[in-house]
Design a protein around this ligand. Structure first.
Ligand code: SAH
Length: 389
């Protein structure tokens, strides 16, 4: 178990004026090193590649500060071992947590999920966090119970990839922003992290293998739309947590919907740039008695109709990803039974939707969807949920 006194990353690991290579692209790092005279362009590029390809953090001129893994929880699934990793970062520099002597650091959770693909090949998906806690206040989500503690920096987001790839030693095929936090509430850092993750000299992750999942912050969706128009980013995946068939149900479980209702969300999604190869993912956390009532499948199908057919060649433009609800701590709702999941999924299929089921993995270690969060911070409830009006 983690000790509660250890430092996160040493502040003096990098010489003055040198950017952390986990927070910038190779070009940016090389330009920065050359300008400050610490390393030539050539050596800086070599150091950058060595960091991302071989995990080399020690150099004659500097040490790359990486957040330590302070805990690892493993759980078996039918496709292999799911690993929840906890890395440690600094507490916020202001606010109540900054003044609380008991809180010396914050823990971020990321999950490495094994998947056996169509060709029976084992690959890993990394689920990364974009914030510690979350301000969105969704009633079914564990992270929401903490409130927002602070947003992560690009280096802290990329650091989760580094820990999974080079400390744990897993080849990461897909990255999903589905861990703690609302990525569109931290858009600048998330975009910069994606630029680093897709850098050919860095992790070289294909943008088609990165998915950003959002509650549907409409304002920020416009910004993300501009971002994905850039070269090399056009296939970035977008997932939207719809979770409801109508505004009444959605507003009752997702406060964001009270200010940004479903019709406006759909308009924003229709305007979002899409490539024919990448389907919009509609996430639907199935909560028995809440969003699986008779008539809900009809309403959902009706709502999705304009999104369902892609502008080109009638390809399905969206896929509904049904996620069986994973009870959060003190949950008022149970998990759905197998039968409830099947009944709802076949109702959607009957209505012509393209439907997939998200396999539940890591529930026993609170590592499944919507179960990430630090109960020690939660109990104190320092930060109020702010969004929704
Ligand atoms: N804030 C982002 C990303 C984090 S949540 C978002 O809302 O999309 C990632 C996914 O897990 C979302 O689709 C969310 O709806 C789902 N989720 C949240 N709580 C859950 C729970 N208790 N059980 C199952 N899925 C959950």
């Amino acid at each position: 178990m983690p000790s509660f006194s250890s430092q996160t990353v040493p502040d003096d690991a990098l010489p003055e004026g040198i950017a952390n290579p986990l927070s910038v692209t190779c070009d940016e790092f090389a330009a920065n090193c050359a300008a400050s005279g610490v390393l030539s362009d050539f050596h800086a590029r070599n150091a950058y590649r060595g960091l991302y390809r071989e995990g080399v953090t020690e150099h004659a001129a500097f040490t790359v500060p990486t957040a330590p893994i302070v805990n690892e929880l493993r759980s078996e699934s039918n496709e292999g071992e799911v690993i929840k990793i906890v890395t440690r970062v600094d507490r916020p520099s202001d606010g109540p947590l900054a003044r609380d002597a008991r809180v010396e650091h914050l823990d971020i959770e990321s999950v490495v999920i094994p998947m056996i693909g169509r060709k029976k090949r084992l690959t890993y998906t990394l689920c990364v966090s974009s914030q510690v806690g979350c301000a969105m206040g969704c009633g079914f989500c564990e992270t929401a119970q903490m409130g927002l503690v602070r947003s992560l920096t690009p280096a802290e987001i990329v650091g989760q990839w580094f820990a999974a790839r080079h400390v744990l030693g897993r080849e990461i095929r897909n990255i999903v922003f589905m861990g703690m936090g609302e990525p569109l509430d931290n858009l600048g850092a998330v975009q910069q992290a994606i630029r680093v993750l897709t850098d050919h000299n860095g992790p070289a992750q294909a943008s088609s293998r990165i998915t950003v999942s959002t509650v549907g912050r409409i304002d920020a969706l416009i910004g993300l739309g501009e971002f994905v128009r850039q070269r090399g980013l056009q296939r970035l995946g977008l997932a939207v947590s719809l979770n409801a068939p109508n505004d009444e149900v959605r507003s009752s479980i997702m406060p964001i919907n009270r200010g940004m209702p479903m019709a406006e969300l759909r308009d924003a999604l229709l305007a979002f740039p899409r490539r024919s190869s990448s389907k919009l993912c509609i996430e639907y956390v199935l909560i028995p008695g809440v969003n699986d009532l008779p008539g809900h499948a009809d309403e959902l199908a009706e709502y999705l109709r304009p999104l369902h057919f892609h502008p080109t060649a009638g390809t399905p433009g969206c896929v509904v990803n049904v996620i069986p609800y994973n009870p959060r701590r003190d949950s008022p709702w149970p998990a759905p039974s197998e039968e409830q999941v099947e009944v709802f999924m076949s109702a959607l299929l009957d209505r012509g939707l393209f439907v997939k089921r998200r396999q539940t993995k890591g529930r026993d270690m609170m590592g499944a969807c919507g179960q990430l969060g630090s109960p020690n911070i939660r109990k104190r409830r320092y930060v109020d949920v702010t969004v929704g009006a």
